[in-house]
Ligand binder design. Sequence first.
Ligand SMILES: Nc1nc2c(c(=O)[nH]1)N(C=O)[C@@H](CNc1ccc(C(=O)N[C@@H](CCC(=O)O)C(=O)O)cc1)CN2
Ligand SMILES: Nc1nc2c(ncn2[C@@H]2O[C@H](COP(=O)(O)OP(=O)(O)OP(=O)(O)O)[C@@H](O)[C@H]2O)c(=O)[nH]1
Ligand SMILES: [Mg+2]
Length: 461
Amino acid sequence: MMEDTIAAISTPLGEGGIGIVRVSGPGAIEAVKNVFVPRQSKDLAKVPSFTLHYGKIVDPADGKIVDEVLVSVMRAPKSYTGEDVVEINCHGGIVAVEKVLELILKQGIRLAEPGEFTKRAFLNGRIDLSQAEAVIDIIRAKTEASLKLAGRQLSGELREKINAVRQKIINILAFVEVSIDYPEYEFDEVTPETALKNIDEIINDVRRLLSSYERGRILREGITAVIAGKPNVGKSSLLNALLRKKRAIVTDIPGTTRDVIEDYLNLKGIPVKIVDTAGIRETEDLVEKLGVEKTREYLNQADVTLFVVDVSMGIDEDDEKILSLINKDKSLLVINKIDLLQGKVNFEQYAVKTGIKNFVPFSARNFDGLEILENKLYELLLPEQEGGGESALISNHRHKNYLEKALNSLLSAKESIASGEPVDLVAIDLNEALRELGAITGDALGDEIINEIFSQFCVGK
Ligand SMILES: Nc1nc2c(c(=O)[nH]1)N(C=O)[C@@H](CNc1ccc(C(=O)N[C@@H](CCC(=O)O)C(=O)O)cc1)CN2
Ligand SMILES: Nc1nc2c(ncn2[C@@H]2O[C@H](COP(=O)(O)OP(=O)(O)OP(=O)(O)O)[C@@H](O)[C@H]2O)c(=O)[nH]1
Ligand SMILES: [Mg+2]
């Protein structure tokens, strides 16, 4: 349990219905008692846990009323942080909330660092590190799907999976350690064959977790889609169609979009940053030139490119130039302006000519093909998995890193057993794998790394 007591404003600063000052630590109740005058006289130190109390915050220095509030009391160890927690529900508005916080700090309470409440929940053992990280993911979630993913992690799903794998390693280690300590014993259970079989099973578990990372990352972080193509093919019109609003200026003058335009959309749960760019062409116009330069930079960062062509114009050298700048496997070819078509057109020809397999005939004028376009884009990002596959569990790069390290240690242990090396070496690798998996849940992780993780939180969380 921490010695000192911390406080912070836990709601966004601004005008709102209510604003909350949260206080946590052994001195929380005493500090609030000093500034809180309950309407019905009672002692906050004696009220039951999880109760709410009406009254006023009064500055003890001059007896002036600061705000009318509701105060809740949650006692250790059953609280968000695992410590005594008192929350003061003030009227929303910057002045009242800040004034109340100031009064609390005057009672010898320290201002909380970003993420410190959640860090205490972790340090006091109420949640593990992966759950603490899920808290920040929930705050940052941009779509329902990413919220759901973070919610599963908050409920401890990842911790359970990791701990199950660790337990399997511990089971093998137990035998290995015994045979190190008592080499004269022969254990029927631990022939190299059974050990190899068990390690293989663990390796598979870790690989399965790792394989869910790509999906998890896309849902958690979202992706960047860049619209590219020659001037006037309808890039900005496509942006507007996807956003269902007139975000970018559209004209029939080639070179209309000069600067990069960014916006966000929710593609069936995937948070997508969509970028409309200046049409790429050789130009003498300085402003347009700079726009084209920027387009190239964005294309380098794109997770996926929407390459737009005008069906009434076909494909020429200028298209080829742009094609050389993009990753065709991560592109969708949008064959635009099909409303202008008279007679039949072989769309596959466009796929062959551009080398982009995924194509969709489209009209930004009448939205023809918009739904197919969205489906194909989704499929390109999150392909349907064979046999259903495991739903995403790993979404955080830190977790992926430690899983990869653990996998290497396990592979090394497997090799040692297979080549008949001394059991001591096997034990070293297995212990290493245990430590690496433990880093995901926060077991045996240095203070520095823990501090780094929590510093990414917002104040009051
Ligand atoms: N006012 C308020 N709203 C909030 C929070 C908060 O801290 N204060 N939360 C903060 O982010 C979230 C809710 N999360 C919480 C998680 C655990 C506990 C808690 O007290 N857990 C105890 C007791 C549970 C029980 O009664 O069974 C425990 O786990 O021991 C509280 C809030 C969202 N809304
Ligand atoms: N008929 C028809 N016209 C379209 C379609 N999509 C876009 N246009 C027209 O094509 C012209 C260019 O559209 P924009 O969306 O500005 O094209 P752009 O690719 O953003 O052009 P730049 O910003 O100059 O590179 C406008 O006159 C649009 O109305 C379509 O599907 N059918
Ligand atoms: Mg444009």
